[in-house]
Design a protein around this ligand. Structure first.
Ligand SMILES: [Zn+2]
Ligand SMILES: [Zn+2]
Length: 508
């Protein structure tokens, strides 16, 4: 392959490197064989292809004339259009559970998917080999296949799943062809459009009861709280009922991509109904509603992280109305609960209270890891003494908390959940630090990048898919825009290379 490529000097016209696919409104890099994100074209040309400034200008001008869709808006090919030209085709797998149709590139991923999404740990998940393509790489990677291969009746329905033995293996032989070069017509998969849409409140509550609650409870000890207890409270507290339905709808959106818009809109409607009543409730927290307020925190986080309307970058939010920021709502909500904490820890939602436990129970001095030890001097170097008042102290405090968060998550080991990761640091972010983050101070961004490495192991949760990667990309973008030093940029690249190899590769 190498010898076919022209050297940068020989690239003079955009068509030598870039091809515009008007059907999908994407610009494909012919060398990299993937579409470049609309905002990343200049960087791609500079950093990957090392085009000289004058050439780059011509290419960027060419691209600026084109109508380019954002990654999540790209319309996928129909059966007559697959495969998309220029993009490589790789062997992949499609999930055959119910109307799932989830696609991935490795059997390891598929096993993880069955464990997390279908709650069936199995060494041999039902799947069919399919050809995969993706327009984008990195955080916008989204596989698609020929939709005709996803048609037919499900190989595995909840009923047949019940026949699974404890290790998740089917009692009836169910073969998954190991050779992936042919895609026989009888290996049909369900078509998402054929699944009946859930449109009623009761339908959403049932979906929550049957499926969603288990995906939220990352631990057996919280199963009952997320299940029975929360559902019991929904009868009395409408904000919680709306929150549960909003969350169930997002969960449905994640497992039925073809009906995504329908479910996201449903979720947004329930979110809009939940928030005003919840805001009222936290003005007057009492013995009666404290459990519902505590439970709602989880649904608030999930909707905030997953919603299409929310900034997908977790902590980097340009929204001027920071009061609406989920961290602030969460912190306010939890501080309102303080007077009732003893009751909460003794009641049926004790496992929830434990998740937001204030005391992480780690000694901080002893826990400062080598990476963090190198990070703090870097953060200080980015911050002139005559900079913002108290900036150094704010960073030091944030770093100490970060070290504690890391020690805490390490102690939790593989059992650490996304809730632990959120409680360990974001809930403790000082307003002064959030303010520096809002101003895109390099020191604040570096600390956040470090935190992203702690969130990484939780990426398998459906409501976090792609979010941590977006966060890392967004930090990169902001660091580039600030006057961050070359050393700090290298430090950041080092973190990204080590912890986010896929993103590092895509953005090289
Ligand atoms: Zn390229
Ligand atoms: Zn599946």
């Amino acid at each position: 392959m190498e010898e076919e490529l022209t050297s940068p000097e020989e690239l003079t016209t955009p068509s030598q490197l870039l091809s515009y696919l008007s059907t999908y409104k994407v610009l494909v890099c012919l060398r990299c064989r993937y579409a470049i994100q609309p905002g990343a074209i200049a960087r791609h040309l500079k950093e990957i292809h090392r085009l000289h400034r004058a050439t780059r200008r011509t290419f960027v001008a060419f691209a600026s004339e084109l109508e380019l869709a954002q990654p999540h808006d790209v319309v996928l090919p129909d059966e007559s259009q697959f495969p998309v030209p220029f993009l490589p085709i790789q062997e992949g797998l499609a999930c055959r559970f119910e109307y799932c149709g989830y696609l991935c590139a490795s059997s390891k991923r598929m096993k993880q998917h069955w464990r997390c999404t279908h709650q069936i740990p199995t060494s041999d998940p039902l799947s069919t080999p399919v050809p995969l393509q993706t327009f984008f790489r990195g955080n916008a990677l989204r596989y698609f296949t020929n939709p005709s291969l996803l048609r037919g009746s499900p190989a595995c329905t909840p009923d047949s799943a019940a026949k699974f033995s404890k290790d998740g293996r089917s009692n009836t032989p169910c073969t998954t062809p190991k050779t992936g070069t042919t895609y026989p017509e009888n290996q049909h998969l369900p078509l998402n459009q054929h699944s009946s849409l859930i449109i009623t409140d009761q339908g959403l509550l049932d979906h929550y009861r049957n499926s969603t609650y288990k995906t939220l409870s990352c631990h057996p000890e919280t199963d009952q709280a997320f299940g029975e207890v929360v559902l019991g409270l929904t009868a009395r507290f409408d904000f919680l009922r709306q929150g549960v339905m909003a969350c169930a709808a997002l969960h449905l959106a994640s497992i039925h991509p073809a009906n995504r818009t329908h479910y996201v809109l449903q979720s947004l409607r329930h979110q809009a109904q939940a928030i005003p009543t919840f805001r009222q409730a936290i003005l007057l927290v009492d013995r009666d509603n404290c459990e519902a307020v505590l439970a709602f925190a989880f649904f608030l986080v999930i909707c905030s992280l997953n919603s299409d309307t929310e900034d997908p970058r977790l902590f980097l939010n340009d929204d001027p109305d920071q009061h609406l920021h989920w961290i602030n709502i969460l912190r306010n909500g939890c501080s309102m609960l303080c007077p009732f904490w003893d009751e909460l820890t003794a009641g049926p939602l004790a496992p929830f209270a434990a998740v937001w436990e204030d005391d992480l129970g780690v000694s901080v001095e002893a826990s400062e890891g080598p990476l963090l030890g190198a990070l703090l001097p870097r953060v200080f170097a980015e911050t002139p003494i005559h900079g913002l008042a108290g900036e150094h102290e704010t960073y030091r405090d944030a770093a100490v908390q970060l070290a504690a968060a890391e020690a805490f998550l390490r102690r939790r080991g593989p059992g650490a959940t996304v809730w632990d990761a959120l409680n360990a640091w974001p809930m403790r972010m000082a307003p002064a630090y959030l303010e520096l983050l809002k101003q895109d101070r390099p020191g604040a961004l570096l600390l956040l990048a470090y935190y992203a490495t702690l969130l990484r192991p939780t990426r398998g949760e459906w409501f976090l898919v792609g979010r941590v990667e977006s966060l890392i990309d967004e930090i990169a973008r902001r660091l580039e825009d600030t006057s961050c030093s070359a050393q700090s940029w290298d430090f950041f690249l080092g973190i990204r290379r080590e912890y986010f190899p896929e993103e590092a590769l895509a953005n090289q």
